[in-house]
Design a protein around this ligand. Structure first.
Ligand SMILES: Cc1cc2nc3c(=O)[nH]c(=O)nc-3n(C[C@H](O)[C@H](O)[C@H](O)COP(=O)(O)OP(=O)(O)OC[C@H]3O[C@@H](n4cnc5c(N)ncnc54)[C@H](O)[C@@H]3O)c2cc1C
Length: 309
């Protein structure tokens, strides 16, 4: 066991993983192993596979990497939850919790016309958002006469189960050079539609009795933007934010799926002795909001399978 070690690639001989090439303290060395389990996360696991010759052949060829196994799905299907933030001015005289003490609550619901249950999430943050750049036009300083700054809170609209996905691609054959990635947010029409409708639902909730003692008025998106599909789509694209639930880039699937990278035991297809055990094997991002628990479960299952249980 040794920390501070950077893996450069997986070593493969006759179609079987036999160890890794690694670097530590400026020294490059090899570690031999009877089995390799890759858990480098959904950006770096596909990156390491590609550096090792496992991935889309055309991309590997472009960077002079010899193809060991052509798996076109490596680096595809990149997912991460996206959110848009509706902001509102909080009524004067109301004291909101500081960030650290905030209690978050959310509404999981199924979008109109969705075949997947609870594919959307609205969440109110009962905290003041002090970030000026997030809420243009908001007064963050005291005025003369001791008039306090505006208090702003938000309802975030999260797309729990996106239909669209992005990619991770090689930029170089040098392991030290980070790969390129793109979530391709809001490119799928059904994603745009559901977020648009989610924001309009949030606006209706904000005008309901539940918020009447707290919400003074909505700041963003404005009425003009909210009423117009094109303007709202543009606003969403300009303000969309990302979670940290990166997943999907070495997805699990049956042999009939040409984009599947691992089988139901997380073993890389076409290579012996090589598994992936992290968020990259998820065929679809978990809708619940977080990915941590699912990743732990994947790790525990792979340990069980390897132990032969
Ligand atoms: C700031 C933050 C907050 C989050 N909050 C939540 C939350 O509240 N709830 C929730 O459910 N989820 C949360 N998540 C998501 C959750 O942490 C991830 O889904 C989970 O950690 C993913 O696990 P993983 O094994 O796929 O990848 P990671 O946890 O990223 O593990 C990959 C590991 O591989 C290492 N590595 C990568 N490349 C190499 C290499 N070449 N050589 C050696 N080592 C390498 C990395 O250093 C890292 O330690 C959060 C994530 C972040 C970043």
């Amino acid at each position: 066991m040794r920390g501070g070690v950077f893996v450069r690639k997986i070593l493969i001989r006759d179609g079987e993983a036999v160890g890794v090439e690694a670097e530590s303290g400026g020294t490059i060395f090899r570690v031999d192993a009877g089995r390799v389990v890759l858990s480098a996360g959904a950006i770096r696991s596909p990156h390491l596979l590609m550096l090792s010759g496992i991935g889309p052949e055309d991309q590997l060829r472009q960077f002079g990497i010899t193809t060991v196994c052509h798996l076109p799905g490596v680096g595809q299907n990149l997912m991460n939850h996206l959110s848009t933030q509706m902001t509102f001015k909080v009524k004067d005289g109301i004291t909101l919790a500081p960030h650290t003490d905030a209690v978050h609550f959310g509404l999981h619901y199924t979008a109109e016309g969705s075949d997947a249950v609870n594919d959307m999430l609205l969440r109110t943050s009962p905290v003041v958002d002090p970030r000026r750049e997030r809420v243009p036009g908001v007064r963050t300083k005291y005025l003369t006469g001791n008039v306090p700054p505006d208090q702003v809170a938000r309802i975030s609209c999260t797309l729990g189960l996106p239909d669209g996905s992005g990619y991770v691609r090689l930029v170089s054959a040098d392991p030290a050079v980070q790969p390129e990635f793109n979530y391709r947010y809001l490119q799928h029409p059904n994603d745009t539609r559901r977020v648009r409708e989610g924001l309009r639902l949030a606006a209706r909730l904000l005008e309901s009795d539940a918020y009447k003692d707290v919400a003074d008025h909505r700041i963003q998106p404005t009425d003009d933007i909210l009423a117009n599909d094109d303007a709202l789509d543009l606003w969403m694209r300009q303000t969309v934010g990302s979670a940290r639930h990166v997943s999907g880039t070495c997805k699990m699937g049956p042999d009939g799926d040409p984009m599947a990278v691992v089988d139901q035991y997380c073993r890389v297809k076409g290579v012996q002795g090589l598994s992936v055990a992290d968020a990259s094997v998820m065929p679809r991002i978990p809708r619940s909001g977080g990915s941590h628990a699912t990743v732990i479960m994947i790790g525990e299952r792979v340990v069980d399978w390897i132990a032969g249980n």
